[in-house]
Design a binder for this molecule. Structure first.
Ligand SMILES: [Zn+2]
Ligand SMILES: [Zn+2]
Length: 94
């Protein structure tokens, strides 16, 4: 799927894999360790460029329905933009 972030890369589109639920869980666990760990896991699971993996990593919500940038309350959509700061959120419910 293609995603972009109005906040940090309004003119750029990133192609990202369709992660399975199990993969999302794994990535969130890795992200709790470190961003680097999440990128490493992502690149083990899928063919994704370092740049795109980094983009995904920085937009995953640690906490469901809470903006990764400003902690604002989000809707329940899985891929959504924050109504407060406009940042893209990978709002995975795992
Ligand atoms: Zn962004
Ligand atoms: Zn926000």
């Amino acid at each position: 799927m293609k995603i972009s972030c109005r906040k940090c890369s309004p003119n750029e589109v990133f192609e990202i894999p369709n992660f399975s639920l199990a993969e999302k869980k794994l990535l969130l666990e890795a992200l709790n360790v470190s961003g680097l760990e999440a990128i490493k896991e992502m690149r083990k699971l899928h063919r994704i460029t370092l740049r795109n993996a980094k983009f995904v990593m920085t937009h995953i919500n640690i906490e469901h329905k809470k903006c990764n940038r400003c902690a604002y309350q989000l809707n329940i959509l899985e891929y959504t933009s924050c109504a407060n700061c406009d940042a893209l959120n990978l709002n995975w419910n795992v």
